[in-house]
Design a protein around this ligand. Structure first.
Ligand SMILES: CC(C)(COP(=O)(O)OP(=O)(O)OC[C@H]1O[C@@H](n2cnc3c(N)ncnc32)[C@H](O)[C@@H]1OP(=O)(O)O)[C@@H](O)C(=O)NCCC(=O)NCCS
Length: 369
């Protein structure tokens, strides 16, 4: 069903499910067979330096002849309740039908962006870096680098085995080449790429750097392919650093830029678990959630030097739809933008307070699911 809906050969995908285990799959059916299903990847996302458990949902599909009979709705509702019961406060997905998901409390809350740059425009000096090839069996330092990189940003996944495999040894068997960037024997970044021929493009689908010199060195390693690649395509958050280190305005956003949608399946836990700026603040929320009524209602978020305490109750003077709260939570939308879209109703002082409490780096992910 997924192969038919998304126009791909399901054989390889099924082999990846074998490796992940079929416990990740949920289906809806009756005596006549399976009518709908999807796959869950248990992960977490970083917000404010803290890891918040999240379920990444992929390949939600209803059999073509059974669509628009509320089966998708049934299945998604089950997933949201299951997540809530399992105390997983976030659900994240890329949507080919955003309307359907927004009806269930999801809202765009971050991006996945790629940039294209002519290879001759890249800086070429490795700044004293040593490039050390590594294999999927020897990638513990890359894990550590990724974790440091992700925890200082917003939205990035805490990758499990599945997500690492997708980067280093993907099930479509495309070959990846991975290099650590060391300075005096200490890893400060890594680059993982494939050659796309005949397009003469180097596709860098995982590049992580934890210092400015490592970012420059990563660009230099890419530039060293200019004899065989006219262009380099790299995945990066909307605010760099790689793009900012390329002279001129030579790195251009590659269409289509994608947005991911976030759902707060447990408002209290999601507020408790994320990190915040070192502020004192009190927010009295009244959350509307038509899909998960248990999740709706009044909450107080009290911060003391950034440490959160969440309780039920309060005046509820900040009225917010759970969709609007997801976009604010991830730092994707400023509350004033959510207010303009009719998903928030609050006094100007509370709008400003919300903005300060949820301020953070532009949220993005480097994974596809
Ligand atoms: C998207 C999908 C899962 C929805 O499941 P479904 O069982 O057909 O949807 P439901 O009957 O539960 O729909 C509930 C409501 O969601 C909305 N909706 C559903 N599919 C929609 C679509 N493709 N576009 C816009 N709105 C949609 C409608 O408002 C619908 O109510 P209505 O039929 O009374 O207008 C299903 O259509 C499908 O498998 N599509 C192909 C694969 C796909 O795009 N999956 C999403 C992957 S991210």
């Amino acid at each position: 069903m997924a192969g038919q809906a998304f126009a791909f050969d399901p054989a390889q995908w099924l082999s990846s499910l074998d490796e992940d285990g079929f416990h990740t799959m949920r289906t809806l059916g009756d005596a006549r067979g399976v009518a709908a299903g999807f796959v869950i990847h248990e992960t977490a996302q970083w917000f404010g330096g803290q890891r918040v458990p999240s379920q990444a949902i992929t390949a939600l599909v209803v059999a073509a002849h059974l669509r628009r009979q509320q089966l998708g709705h049934e299945l998604l509702l089950h997933q949201l309740r299951e997540a809530r019961e399992a105390k997983v406060p976030l659900s994240v997905l890329f949507a080919s039908s955003p309307t359907f998901y927004r009806q269930h409390g999801y809202e765009p809350a971050g991006t996945s962006t790629w940039f294209r740059v002519p290879s001759h425009a890249l800086p070429t000096a490795p700044d004293g870096a040593e490039f050390v090839p590594f294999t999927p069996d020897d990638h513990a330092p890359a894990h550590e680098l990724y974790r440091r990189f992700a925890s200082e940003r917003a939205g990035l996944l805490d990758r499990n085995v599945h997500f690492w495999r997708m980067h280093l040894r993907p099930y479509d068997n495309s070959r990846r080449h991975s290099y650590r960037i060391d300075f005096a024997g200490v890893p400060e970044g890594y680059v993982c790429f494939q050659h796309a021929q005949p397009n003469r493009t180097l596709v860098v689908d995982d590049v992580v750097t934890t210092s400015t010199r490592a970012a420059r060195a990563a660009l230099a390693l890419m530039s060293h392919h200019k004899a065989v690649c006219d262009f380099v395509l790299f995945a990066e958050g909307p605010q760099g650093p790689l793009r900012k280190l390329i002279p001129g305005n030579e790195a251009r956003l590659e269409p289509p830029g994608k947005e991911w949608l976030l759902r707060l399946t447990d408002v209290a836990r999601s507020l408790e678990l994320r990190g915040y700026p070192l502020l004192d603040a009190r927010l009295e929320l009244d959350v509307a959630d038509a899909t998960l009524p248990d999740n709706a209602g009044r909450y107080v978020l009290e911060l003391r030097e950034g440490k959160p305490v969440v309780s039920r109750g309060g005046s509820g003077k900040i009225r917010v739809d759970v969709r609007g709260l997801a976009a604010i939570y991830s730092s994707f939308s400023h509350p004033s933008e959510v207010l303009a879209a009719g998903l928030l109703d609050a006094e100007p002082a509370d709008v400003a307070r919300l903005g300060a409490v949820f301020a953070g780096p532009a949220p993005f992910v480097l994974d596809t699911f």
